[in-house]
Design a protein around this ligand. Structure first.
Ligand code: IMP
Length: 179
């Protein structure tokens, strides 16, 4: 089976990768520090990071973010910082009294084998009025994907992967690598 290193320090992300990729790859989690450039595009972060990580190939990394309509796409590329500082509760406060709850998650996966390749997945949904659910990580307890009335944190990993930004990007990665 082909090896694939998942470069992340986020156990939640790794569980999602394992759930979808472990049938096709021998996956391992690797915590490696890499340089994250300051930019307003997730894709630029991934493309530059891949250059830093050549010694760890074959590998994948991802950069993801939550984009909230009523906040002009905030926190977007600042999602990690905002999670550390405001958290889910802070986002709910920012949206107090706001009728437009629309939001989306975006995920860019960078694959480095012989070549570089980028896959993008988007998941539309809305921000709940309260924190709900025990599963997942990050903003999962406040994100309700379109067509559902439960948050990502109320879903098991395989159900989240069916719908999520990361799951959609992973489906493209699997089609590309296995074709
Ligand atoms: P990064 O891609 O690890 O930089 O993630 C940016 C921020 O968004 C972190 O705070 C993550 O916890 C959060 N995040 C990324 N992907 C997801 C997800 O699938 N669900 C919930 N939060 C996420």
């Amino acid at each position: 089976m082909k090896k694939l290193n998942v470069i992340t320090s986020n156990q939640g992300k790794y569980e999602e990768y394992k759930d979808m990729l472990a049938d096709s790859f021998s996956v391992s989690m690797k915590k490696v520090h890499y340089h994250e450039i300051q930019t307003d595009r997730l894709k630029d972060v991934v493309v530059h990071a891949l250059d830093d990580l050549v010694d760890h190939a074959p590998l994948i990394i991802d950069d993801s973010g939550l984009f909230i309509d009523a906040l002009n796409d905030f926190p977007g590329v600042y999602s990690a910082y905002v999670m550390r500082t405001l958290g889910c509760g802070g986002i709910l406060k920012l949206l107090e009294g706001e009728k437009d709850r629309g939001a989306r998650f975006e995920c860019m996966i960078g694959l480095l084998e012989e070549d570089k390749k980028i896959f993008k997945g988007v998941c539309k949904g809305s921000i709940s009025h309260e924190i709900r659910g025990e599963h997942g990580f990050g903003y999962d307890p406040i994100f309700v994907p379109s067509g559902y009335d439960i948050t990502f944190a109320e879903m098991k990993t395989d159900q989240k992967n069916e719908l999520s930004h990361r799951g959609k990007a992973m489906k493209q990665l699997l089609e590309y690598t296995l074709s």
